[in-house]
Ligand binder design. Structure first.
Ligand code: HEC
Ligand code: HEC
Ligand code: HEC
Ligand code: HEC
Ligand code: HEC
Length: 455
C-alpha cells in the first residue's frame, strides 16, 4: 500500500475511477471487487472487522435457521428474493442469487449485511423492507467529518451514517421493519421507535438506533499512519439472537446479548392477601429499549415470567416453570395463569402459524417504549404492564420471580427439524436468557403491600 497519497488526487481518482492513488508506483487502491470483501478492510479496521464478524449482521446469510425458513418460504409460498434482500443484500445486487436458496454457492464475502452495503448507502426510499439505495461507488460513507486520507478508499461524511442525526435511524430502521408479501406489518421496530419519545426532535430526549446500539469509545478508526484517537463506534450489534453454530465470537456474543437484555426491563413483585385470597402482582416496564420489548422478530421470541411460591423449602405453587428443553407453546396449555409476551400470527383460515411471510393477522403483547418522560406531558402513556396471579394457597413464606426470553421458540425450530430443513443440533443449541435485574425474591414480613405502579 502506498503510504503517502496526495489528498486531492486520492479523492478525485476515487470518485471518478473507483480506485485511488494510481499515480503511485506501488499497488493501486482497492478495486470495487476488493471493497465488497470485508476481509480487505481488516488490514486497517481490525477492531471494526472483528466486532462485525461476531454480529448477527455478518451471520444473517449463514444462519441455519434463516436458510431453513427461507427455503420453506421460497418453496411453499414463492417469496422469491423477499428474504434474501435483507439477509444478504449484496449477494442479490451482485447477481449471485435470486432467492437465497443457493447461499452455499454465493461467495462467503457477499453473505450477510456487509461493510460495503452499509457504508455506501446514499438514500432511503421507503419505510420498510430495505428500501436503501447504494452509490455503487468506492467512497466509504461514515460519520467522520474529517477522515484522514488513505490509499485504499475515498471517505466522506454522510448524515445517514451519523448517529446524532434523526435521519440515521432510517438507514437502520427501514431494514428493521417488515411488511410481508400479503401486506401485514410483521416486524415493527422502526415504527415503534418512531412512535416513541426517542424519535422526537428535542435533543435532550432523542436517541437514534445507533446511539443505543453502536456504543462509542475512544480509539483509532483505522490503524494507519496519521490517524489519531477519536470517538469510534461498536459494530457487534447485540440484540436477542445468537449464532447457533460454530461462529466467530459466539460466546462473547452471548455475553453481550445478556448485558443488553439486563439493561432493558425493570420488574416489581408484590405479594399480599386480598378478598380473593393470595395475590401475586408482577409489573414489568421497558426502560432500556427504544422500541417494544421484545421487538422485531416478536413472532419468534418466547418471553415469559416464572413465579414460584414456597412454604418453607417446599414449593407450593408455580407459573412459567418452563423446562430448558420444553417448548413454551406446549407448556402454555398447562398453565392458564402464564404471563407471556410476544406476537402471535394467524393464517388465512384463522389458525396460528409460524410462517410470518404468509400471516394475514397478528395479536401483539409487548412492553411498549416510553412516549414521554413526565405524566404531565400530554403525550405520556403509562407503559407499565401488570399481570395478576391468584394463588390457591395460604400466604406463602417466600415467592421468587424472573423474566426469561428465548430468541426463538422450540416449537418453530422443532417444526423445521421435523420437515428435514434444520439439524436437531441447531434446535438444541437455542439458549434461554434470564434478565438479571428481574430476579426478585419476596418474603413474608418484608413490609407493606407494594404499589405495582411505583418502582
Ligand atoms: C489502507 C488502510 C485502509 C483500508 C484497507 C480500509 N480503510 Fe477505511 N479508513 C482508513 C483510514 C485511514 C480512515 C480514516 C480514519 C480517521 O480519520 O480516523 C478510514 C475511514 C473509513 C470510514 C469512515 C469514513 C467517514 O468519513 O466517516 C469507513 C466507513 C471506512 N473506512 C470503511 C472501510 C471499509 C468498509 C473498508 C474495506 C472495504 C476499508 N475501510 C478499508 C483506512 C483504510
Ligand atoms: C440490510 C438490512 C439491515 C440494515 C441496513 C441494518 N440491519 Fe440490523 N439486522 C438485519 C438482519 C437481517 C439482522 C438479523 C440477522 C439474524 O438474526 O440472522 C439484523 C440484526 C440486528 C441486531 C441484532 C438483533 C438480534 O435480535 O440479535 C441489531 C441490534 C441490529 N441489527 C441493529 C441495527 C442497527 C442499529 C442498524 C443501523 C446502523 C442496522 N441494524 C442496520 C438487517 C439490517
Ligand atoms: C449495519 C450497518 C453497518 C455495517 C454492516 C458496518 N458498519 Fe461501519 N459504521 C456504521 C455506522 C452507522 C457508522 C457511523 C457511526 C456514527 O458515526 O454515528 C459506522 C462507522 C464506521 C467507521 C468509522 C469509525 C467509527 O467507529 O465511527 C468505520 C471505520 C467503519 N464503520 C468500518 C466498518 C467496517 C470495516 C465494517 C465491516 C467489517 C463495517 N463498518 C460494517 C454502520 C455499519
Ligand atoms: C434507548 C435505546 C435504544 C434505541 C433508541 C433503540 N434500541 Fe434497539 N434495543 C435496545 C435494547 C436495550 C435492546 C435489548 C432488549 C430488546 O430486545 O428489546 C434492543 C433490542 C433490539 C433488537 C432485538 C429486538 C428483539 O427483541 O428481537 C433490534 C433488532 C433492535 N434493537 C434494533 C433497533 C433499531 C433498528 C432501532 C432504531 C429504529 C433501535 N433498536 C433503537 C435499545 C435501543
Ligand atoms: C426488511 C428486511 C427483512 C426481511 C424482508 C426479512 N428479514 Fe429476517 N430479519 C430481519 C431483521 C432486521 C431481523 C432481526 C430481527 C430482530 O432481532 O428482532 C431478522 C431476523 C430473522 C431471523 C432470526 C431471528 C428470528 O428469531 O427470527 C430469521 C430466521 C429470519 N429473519 C428469517 C427470515 C425469512 C425466512 C424471511 C423471508 C420470509 C425474512 N427473514 C425476511 C430483516 C428481514
Amino acid at each position: 500500500m502506498p503510504r503517502h497519497c496526495p489528498h486531492l488526487l486520492l479523492i478525485t481518482l476515487a470518485l471518478f475511477a473507483g480506485f485511488a492513488c494510481t499515480a503511485s508506483s506501488e499497488p493501486a487502491g482497492l478495486t470495487r471487487a476488493e471493497l465488497l470483501n470485508p476481509e480487505t478492510c481488516k488490514e486497517c479496521h481490525q477492531q471494526h472487522y472483528d466486532q462485525w464478524k461476531g454480529s448477527m449482521h455478518a451471520h444473517a446469510g449463514d444462519d441455519p435457521v434463516f436458510l431453513a425458513m427461507n427455503a420453506k418460504a421460497v418453496e411453499e409460498d414463492g417469496v422469491g428474493d423477499f428474504c434474501v434482500n435483507c439477509h444478504a443484500p449484496m449477494a442479490v445486487i451482485e447477481g449471485y442469487t435470486t432467492d437465497g436458496t443457493n447461499m452455499d454457492e454465493v461467495p462467503e464475502h457477499l453473505r450477510g449485511i456487509t461493510c460495503y452495503f452499509c457504508h455506501t448507502v446514499v438514500a432511503v426510499e421507503g419505510a420498510h423492507n430495505n428500501p436503501l439505495v447504494l452509490s455503487g461507488g468506492a467512497t466509504m460513507l461514515g460519520g467522520l467529518r474529517d477522515p484522514v486520507a488513505n490509499p485504499a478508499h475515498a471517505s466522506a461524511y454522510s448524515p445517514l451514517h451519523d448517529r446524532t442525526t434523526l435521519e440515521s435511524a432510517a438507514l437502520c430502521g427501514t431494514c428493521h421493519d417488515i411488511v410481508n408479501p400479503v401486506g401485514q406489518h410483521i416486524e415493527r421496530t422502526y415504527s415503534e421507535w418512531q412512535a416513541s419519545l426517542f424519535s422526537k426532535d428535542d435533543p435532550s430526549q432523542q436517541l437514534t438506533c445507533s446511539q443505543c446500539h453502536m456504543v462509542g469509545s475512544d480509539g483509532l478508526a483505522a490503524e494507519y499512519e496519521g490517524v489519531s484517537l477519536r470517538r469510534i463506534h461498536d459494530h457487534s450489534f447485540p440484540g436477542v439472537d445468537v449464532a447457533l453454530t460454530d461462529w466467530p465470537s459466539a460466546e462473547a456474543q452471548r455475553a453481550l446479548v445478556g448485558d443488553e437484555l439486563d439493561n432493558s426491563v425493570r420488574a416489581q413483585l408484590c405479594v399480599f392477601e386480598n378478598a380473593g385470597g393470595v395475590a401475586v402482582w408482577v409489573t414489568l416496564e421497558n426502560i432500556g429499549a427504544g422500541h417494544s420489548w421484545p421487538s422485531g422478530a416478536a413472532v419468534d421470541r418466547r418471553a415469559w415470567v416464572e413465579v414460584v411460591a414456597y412454604e418453607g423449602d417446599a414449593e407450593v405453587w408455580s407459573s412459567g416453570k418452563v423446562g430448558d428443553d420444553e417448548a413454551v407453546s406446549e407448556y402454555a396449555g398447562t398453565d392458564p395463569q402464564l404471563f407471556r409476551l410476544g406476537d402471535t400470527i394467524y393464517d388465512s383460515s384463522g389458525e396460528e402459524t409460524h410462517d410470518f411471510w404468509a400471516a394475514v393477522g397478528y395479536e401483539s403483547r409487548l412492553l411498549p417504549a416510553p412516549t414521554a418522560r413526565s405524566p404531565a406531558d400530554p403525550a405520556y402513556v403509562d407503559t407499565h404492564v401488570l399481570h395478576q396471579y391468584t394463588l390457591p394457597t395460604a400466604l406463602p413464606t417466600r415467592v421468587t420471580m424472573r423474566l426469561r426470553i428465548r430468541p426463538m421458540g422450540l416449537d418453530i425450530l422443532g417444526e423445521l427439524v421435523a420437515e428435514g430443513r434444520l439439524a436437531q443440533s441447531v434446535r438444541d443449541a437455542m439458549p434461554t436468557f434470564t434478565l438479571g435485574p428481574t430476579v426478585i425474591e419476596w418474603s413474608q414480613g418484608q413490609g407493606e403491600p407494594c404499589n405495582p405502579k411505583v418502582f
